[in-house]
Design a protein around this ligand. Structure first.
Ligand code: URA
Length: 233
């Protein structure tokens, strides 16, 4: 059981003064009854709380899957470019949201946005080896032998040896690559070191969470409970 005003403040939809105001204005109902006491105790797992008749989702954190379009940057604030936060529909916007990890401006696909800093930090930590799967297309054919070399690790121009990864060729010029690390421009630099060039890159999976095929570029949805568990585990 939790105080009504406390439950409201943890869902971050309203400021403290707004919460006091909407309760006082008799706009809040619990299971259909108007409640005017901020200290009224509610059970978050059963009680239905509405403001102006609209049901409130009291989840502490939001976990959103976005299919990032081309040309959008995965940061919270950018003076020049459109960010993943800018393109979120209003109903998904919430204070403190940020993208978990980065995709290049010209990479498309799965970006998870959350305001749960701790879980995001855990998912991104090199220690957890979260797998990131990308579909790629390249300018020149990739030989099986080259794919095997990439899997073992590639020495990049700056002297960094990439961690072992998985490469599955789909055609001469396309395939899927699974990384457990995320160095700057890593896939582009891996193929660059092999004399090839990425022409299209799409993240299709992150930490076991697959990009929903039904999401068009620029569209988003909340993670399902199962996906949330993969993210926060
Ligand atoms: N590797 C890249 O080169 N770019 C990305 O956006 C992600 C991985």
């Amino acid at each position: 059981m939790e105080r009504l005003d406390k439950a409201f403040s943890s869902c971050k939809l309203y400021t403290r003064s707004e919460i006091a105001k909407i309760i006082k204005q008799r706009r809040v109902t619990v299971n259909g009854e108007v409640v005017v006491k901020p200290e009224f105790k509610i059970d978050l797992s059963h009680d239905i709380v509405c403001v102006d008749g609209e049901r409130i989702d009291f989840k502490k954190y939001a976990y959103i899957m976005l299919n990032k379009p081309y040309g959008v940057v995965s940061s919270t604030d950018d003076g020049r470019d459109t960010t993943v936060i800018d393109i979120l529909p209003t109903e998904f916007k919430r204070e403190g949201l940020f993208p978990v990890g980065r995709l290049d401006k010209d990479t498309v696909g799965l970006v998870i946005l959350t305001d749960d800093g701790l879980s995001a930090h855990k998912r991104l930590s090199p220690k957890t080896h979260a797998e990131k799967v990308y579909y790629f297309e390249v300018a020149d054919p990739v030989l099986n032998e080259t794919a095997k070399e990439i899997e073992k690790g590639v020495l990049l121009k700056d002297g960094y040896l990439t961690k072992p990864c998985k490469v599955k060729l789909i055609s001469d010029n396309s395939g899927e690559i699974t990384l457990t690390e995320g160095k700057y421009h890593e896939i582009k630099r891996i193929f660059g070191a092999k004399g090839n060039k990425i022409t299209y890159l799409k993240r299709i999976e992150f930490a076991g969470i697959k990009l929903d095929d039904n999401l068009k570029e620029g569209e988003c949805r909340y993670l399902t409970e199962e996906e949330e568990n993969l993210f926060i585990k």
